[in-house]
Design a binder for this molecule. Structure first.
Ligand code: RI2
Length: 331
């Protein structure tokens, strides 16, 4: 069966960033798998599995950096594939996908709430916080601290080239939080005022390196210089199991149009415009990662990975060792 238009539209919305933010992308993908499953009209379980794999690939090929996307899809598809021998008919297969998608979305929303609760306890009355881009996990902490009655002030960067900082300031102002918008280039000047940096994450590597919106690593570096603490708010499904075996997280390079519109670009000849969307902050520049399971030092990322994704990691290691055997026998 061909992939329904509804799914292609969702994939295009993720690619075009009409749906964005690592957590929201993950929940949208979970919902898309559920929708695709409901729209499937055939009766063969094998064909259904192939169809669901195709849908997964389309969703996976939208944006490469946020690990929450493959983790969400794996959460659902692994439940289907693990039970494949026991599945009696198509309705049973569909029920597995539906329940897994609902469970992922429920856990994801609960994680955001818990991160808010845990992180807000680290905020002191009178704190001035700096945030970058638009992260629902970081905002959950800031908003919860405000709800607890703490008197806080926030500086938010514009976050060029797509200006997601404007969403952040709007949300915070609507909550009644005092907030100032600053250009990305003003960070070193304003860092003197800041007590804590709180940002989100698109991916966290096994060594605790944080991949987040471009500019995050500069902010962390400047914070380090000024001895300001850097907190990263991230659900455990943002941790990347593939990094345990040395895979790198792909940094998305987006269209140059986001930096200079096409019509203006034609005025500048022989220029290549680059638009990397994310950067990597080394673990030494991160003080703590706030997850729904608690606060961890970045160096403890591997423990979260082992606990949450031990089964995937075992799978990778098994594949690697069988590749080695193949190499030996073919030599
Ligand atoms: P939450 C966003 O990526 C930002 O980099 C943000 O910090 C991160 O996802 C996490 O967002 P983009 O989709 O999951 O704007 O915390 O490129 O909302």
């Amino acid at each position: 069966m061909r992939v329904p238009n509804e799914i292609i539209k969702i994939a295009n919305d993720i690619r075009g960033m009409r749906i964005r933010g690592a957590g929201r992308i993950a929940r949208t993908a979970a919902n898309a798998l559920k929708l695709a499953s409901e729209l499937y009209e055939g009766t063969s379980v094998n064909e259904y599995v192939n169809y669901m794999r195709k849908v997964s690939d389309i969703l996976l090929n939208t944006r490469p950096t946020a690990v929450s996307l493959p983790n969400a899809i794996n959460f659902i598809m692994s439940r289907l594939l693990r039970n494949i021998d026991k599945i009696g008919d198509i309705n049973e297969a569909k029920a597995i996908v539906r329940n897994a998608a609902d469970e992922f979305i429920k856990r994801s929303k609960k994680a955001l709430e818990l991160i808010g609760e845990i992180g807000a306890r680290r905020i002191r009355d009178g704190d001035i916080i700096l945030t970058h881009c638009n992260s629902s996990a970081a905002l959950s902490i800031i908003i919860r601290a405000h709800e607890m009655g703490k008197d806080i002030r926030v500086f938010a960067t514009e976050t060029r080239p797509r200006f997601q900082g404007l969403i952040t300031v709007k949300v915070l102002a609507e909550k009644g939080i005092r907030v100032s918008l600053v250009p990305d280039s003003a960070i070193r000047l304003i860092m003197k005022k800041i007590d804590k940096v709180i940002v989100g994450a698109d991916a966290i590597a096994a060594n605790g390196a944080v991949v987040n919106k471009i500019g995050t690593s500069q902010i962390a570096l400047i914070a380090h210089e000024a001895r300001v603490r850097v907190f990263v708010a991230a659900e455990t499904y943002k941790f990347s199991p593939a990094t345990v075996i040395g895979e790198l997280i792909t940094i998305e390079e987006r269209s140059p149009d986001e930096v200079i519109p096409k019509e203006k670009l034609s005025k500048y000849v022989r220029i290549k415009v680059r638009n990397p969307a994310f950067d990597v902050t080394p673990p030494e520049y991160v003080d703590a990662i706030i997850t729904e399971q608690g606060i961890i030092p970045p160096q403890a990322a591997i423990l979260i990975l082992k606990e949450e994704y031990g089964w995937i990691i075992k799978d990778y290691l098994f594949k690697l060792s069988s590749e080695d055997e193949e190499e030996v026998t073919t030599k």
